[in-house]
Design a protein around this ligand. Structure first.
Ligand code: HEM
Ligand SMILES: *[C@@H]1O[C@H](CO)[C@@H](O)[C@H](O)[C@H]1NC(C)=O
Ligand SMILES: *[C@@H]1O[C@H](CO)[C@@H](O)[C@H](O)[C@H]1NC(C)=O
Length: 484
């Protein structure tokens, strides 16, 4: 779900808009005395898009931003994905952009993405409806709900999955299966079965549609994704109708996201089936790639940092020693994993699953002595701040211990924002942290492993490893054969 990817289709329109931009730029400046952030526009037609893509296709995308920051400062103008875009690598400016969502800026996705998400998805909502639905989503994934309801399912489904592992797995695939099952359970209380697995297959086709470049309307992957989306929507509509019948006939109300969406008291109510289905599809999209990637990368970073892995194992063996072998992890256990939380933060910092967020200026906006003209795109780079040596000592190495003393950061204002901020801050942030922690617990207490092949991290079209991280596993001596 990388926002950069989302905008790729705009490549097509780049020639036109660059031309207009060049014509406008001089007139804007002279007519309105605007001071645009400095920068270069790169090649005619393509702007700097190819530089950006080739940087993000490599293991080290940071020079793209580094070069420009050292030349122009942390706020600069570039031309990517078809539009002139103001890049911010500055934490204060990022905060300003995120906090002023709906006032000075609004989120901005291309039409091909909107078609896949559905018109009524949270990611595309604006104004007061967005506010209401954002808080509804929060109230389904907040920490007390996780503690009292979701934790048990997370523990059970993670264990169930790990039980079925063979001695060689593609970790990314397994992680995707786990996060999909968890999300479906939490949204509509379904346990894994044939139905959920066939839904997942369709759903994977939808996801592929997000990453087609650069001519989605002519691409067969995109067409297949649109077809798969209507199958997913159809399957979910059936579930919604069935649930409505249950609740009117028997007065039943399940304690899940679908229940909350249908229930006036839960903050929902009054939504059409189509609205509910769009909402569910978007939640599946938002939580799936992100959480499974972070699971995979945590394991990769730990494997490459044996001291950290050893310390993590120790922490989890201690927790296991306090419990029966098959006893589920509880909220209190989650709260007593200090080193794990360092690993979680450090993985989020280094991996930057969502490298930044795109917005559009609703009006002329002044920041730091520059003016961003109305209608322009803005990219708040979260990654640039996380990778900045001024903010994080030795920023580009994986060092979970930096979080122990907080000496890893030079000051504490808004430097670490893997989940964004402001009114659109990720409502699944805590859930993602818990899922990763529980997953790591069961993984390190059950298995030891080695990478099966060398695998590289790339950042385009999404953050992932090239080979889906194949590992060879060995079971540790913990009896694990009699899961309920
Ligand atoms: C490691 C995992 C995750 C990361 C790094 C992540 C990151 C983010 C970020 C940066 C945003 C802000 C986007 C923007 O401002 O335009 C966001 C939004 C969102 N996330 Fe997550 N996310 C993760 C997991 C999840 C999960 C598990 C869920 C499921 C509940 C979820 C649901 C959402 C939704 C619905 C939004 C849109 C919020 C809105 O527009 O109001 N995310 N996420
Ligand atoms: C979480 O949401 C529930 C409603 O689903 C609400 O009653 C509770 O107060 C919320 N808890 C927190 C910590 O916000
Ligand atoms: C991890 O980051 C969060 C901010 O997202 C912070 O509140 C928390 O204290 C950090 N955890 C550790 C162990 O430093």
């Amino acid at each position: 779900m990388d926002s950069i990817t989302f905008s790729l289709y705009l490549l097509l329109s780049s020639s036109l808009s660059l031309l207009i931009f060049v014509l406008l730029r001089s007139s804007i400046i002279t007519r309105r005395h605007l001071r645009l952030p400095p920068g270069t526009l790169g090649l005619p037609f393509l702007g700097e898009t190819l530089h950006l893509i080739s940087a993000y296709k490599s293991e080290n995308p940071d020079p793209f931003i580094d070069d420009r920051v050292s030349q122009f400062g942390p706020i600069f103008t570039t031309h990517v994905f078809g539009e002139p875009t103001v890049f911010s690598a500055d934490p204060e400016t990022n905060r300003f952009i995120l906090q002023n969502e709906g006032k000075l800026f609004e989120s901005s996705y291309p039409g091909s993405i909107s078609n896949l998400l559905g018109r009524h998805s949270l990611l595309l909502m604006k104004g007061s409806l967005h506010k209401r639905m954002h808080s509804l989503t929060m109230s389904f994934a907040n920490s007390s709900i996780i503690r009292d309801h979701l934790m048990l399912d997370i523990d059970r489904l993670v264990r169930l999955n790990l039980e079925s592992w063979t001695d060689r797995v593609l970790l990314m695939e397994e992680a995707k299966k786990i996060t999909f099952e968890l999300t479906v359970k939490q949204l509509m209380s379904f346990d894994p079965c044939e139905w959920t697995e066939s839904l997942r297959k369709e759903y994977m086709l939808v996801i592929e549609g997000f990453f087609t470049i650069p001519l989605p309307l002519f691409s067969s992957t995109y067409r297949r994704a649109i077809q798969a989306r209507s199958k997913v929507a159809e399957a979910l509509s059936l579930v919604v109708r069935e649930r409505r019948r249950e609740s009117s006939e028997r007065g039943e109300r399940k304690n899940d996201m679908l229940g909350a969406l249908m229930d006036e008291e839960g903050g929902g109510g009054g939504f059409s089936d189509e609205e509910i289905v769009d909402f569910l599809v978007a939640l599946l999209v938002a939580g799936y790639e992100t959480t499974s990637t972070i699971m995979t990368l945590a394991v990769k970073f730990l494997t490459e940092t044996p001291l950290a892995l050893a310390q993590l194992k120790e922490e989890h063996d201690e927790i296991r020693a306090r419990k029966d072998n098959l006893e589920a992890l509880e909220w209190n256990d989650y709260k007593s994993m200090p080193f794990t939380q360092c690993v979680v933060n450090e993985t989020l910092r280094v991996a930057n699953i969502i490298s930044g967020v795109f917005r559009r200026a609703i009006m002329d906006v002044d920041v730091k002595g520059y003016t961003i003209p109305k209608g322009w795109k803005v990219f708040a780079s979260l990654r640039a701040v996380h990778m900045d040596h001024d903010h994080f000592k030795d920023a580009r190495s994986f060092n979970p211990w930096r979080w122990q003393t907080n000496s890893g950061t030079t000051n504490s204002v808004n430097l670490f924002t893997p989940f964004g901020g402001g009114p659109r801050r990720c409502p699944g942030a805590e859930l993602a942290r818990v899922e990763l922690s529980v997953f790591l617990h069961h993984l390190v207490t059950r298995f030891s492993w080695v990478p099966a092949e060398e695998d590289k991290l790339v950042f385009f079209p999404t953050t992932r490893t090239q080979k889906r991280y194949p590992i060879i596993l060995q079971r540790r001596n913990v009896p694990t054969s009699c899961i309920e």
